[in-house]
Design a protein around this ligand. Structure first.
Ligand code: CP3
Length: 358
């Protein structure tokens, strides 16, 4: 049984200069796991809101390297996380393809929704995405030069399915009617859009790696919207295409997949999506994960962001349960989704202390 196998493992030696986060992604064990949080930079931090107030919109922040670098570093200074995640957004890919994208205060992202084959044909050359997003890659270079030596730098992109949902729905969606209808009714043309996003994502992530990103996370936030067959075709296969093409040029850069709300499809995902580690949402049952997923791949997650917002005994209990189940194998502590903006910053202090003192 896998758990028996885990109990005989001992913390493997980290070579001098190894970073805790990268060691865990290589399958290494440590006394306490590395920790970082999705959306660790953001509106719950007063110092973020201060920088954000000086920007002419959210994309301006993403495309101004000095400011993007500063907000990436803020949670590292405050909490000493083991990894920093580049400050940008998954919707810079539609922007680089010349689709209209804006962030409306209090409403979230708004895109000029694609509605026809002609709209697809009007998108620009995806192989140029890395060049068009040179400002974001400059943020990566700056970070690479300014992070503490023990802190790893994560680059990221949205996975193709999740990016496609925004491009076709024109923003956030509850039921994904338009994008699913397109994928079901015209799989060939939907496949062309997915292929374009794969191409743009490979170009963009290669540029991030060349600028200094040491690991990559692919966010498939809406993976849970699809039936099993569609999941294989539009979630796992495009994740694999991105992973394989990146690995061909950058074989040592670990790739973390985050197929949020995949449920049972998590099992086919870990076999076929080509990722080196998997990030779990808070719905994933810990014991099952420990026995069936962690023996195959390092796992990351999966504290409920609402437990972090709540704090107190509810937070402590949830942390302990995760640590008891997952800290015996290759593991990175994280949330099941991003930090909620109303989260008191001191709850994050409590979380980091508890994980490190476990
Ligand atoms: O600290 C970090 O995690 C790095 C930066 C980061 C942001 N977005 C900054 C951001 C990352 C990794 C993302 C990923 C992202 N963006 C995802 C995947 C993860 C997830 O949350 O599921 C998605 C789906 C998006 C798209 C997006 N960006 C939405 C739907 C919104 C609006 C919702 C909201 O929270 O306001 C954004 C805006 C956004 N991206 C903000 C931040 C800090 C808030 C905007 C602001 O400061 O005005």
């Amino acid at each position: 049984m896998a758990s028996a196998d885990q109990t005989i493992r001992t913390p493997s030696e980290m070579a001098p200069g190894d970073k805790k986060f990268l060691h865990a992604l290589k399958g290494g064990l440590q006394k306490t796991p590395p920790i970082w949080l999705m959306r660790q930079a953001g509106r719950y931090l007063p110092e973020y809101r201060e920088v954000r107030a000086t920007c002419d919109g959210f994309l301006d922040l993403c495309f101004t390297p000095e400011k993007a670098c500063e907000v990436t570093l803020q949670p590292i200074r405050r909490y000493g996380f083991d990894a920093a995640i580049l400050f940008s957004d998954i919707l810079v890919i539609p922007w680089a393809l010349d689709q209209g994208v804006r962030f409306v205060e209090g409403e979230g992202p708004k895109l000029d929704a694609l509605t026809s084959e002609q709209d697809l044909a009007a998108l620009s050359d995806p192989t140029k995405a890395g060049e068009k997003l040179a400002a974001v890659c400059e943020t990566v270079s700056k970070l690479s030069a300014s992070l503490p030596k023990e802190t790893a730098l994560i680059g990221f992109a949205g996975a193709p399915w999740t990016v496609a949902t925004y491009m076709i729905e024109g923003g956030s969606s509850r039921d994904f009617t338009k994008v699913k209808h397109w994928a079901f009714a015209q799989p060939e043309s939907f496949g062309r859009l997915i292929d374009m996003i794969v191409e743009a994502t490979v170009s963009y992530l290669s540029a991030q790696i060349e600028a200094g990103a040491e690991a990559i996370q692919l966010f498939d936030s809406w993976a849970g919207a699809l039936d099993a067959a569609s999941f294989d075709r539009w979630v796992s296969a495009p994740n694999r295409a991105v992973a394989e093409r990146l690995r061909a040029h950058h074989p040592t850069i670990p790739i973390i997949g985050f197929p949020r709300a995949a449920g049972m499809n998590l099992y086919s995902y870990i076999e076929t999506a080509g990722v080196d580690a998997v990030s779990l949402d808070q719905m994933a049952p810990l014991e099952l994960i420990r026995h069936t997923v962690q023996p195959k791949l390092p796992v990351q997650g999966n504290l409920d962001p609402l437990a972090l917002l709540t704090g107190g005994a509810a937070l402590d209990g949830a942390i302990d349960k995760i640590m008891e189940n997952l800290s015996g194998g290759p593991f990175v502590f994280n949330l099941g989704h991003g930090v909620i903006k109303e989260t008191p910053p001191e709850h994050v202090t409590r979380l980091v202390e508890r994980v490190r003192g476990f």
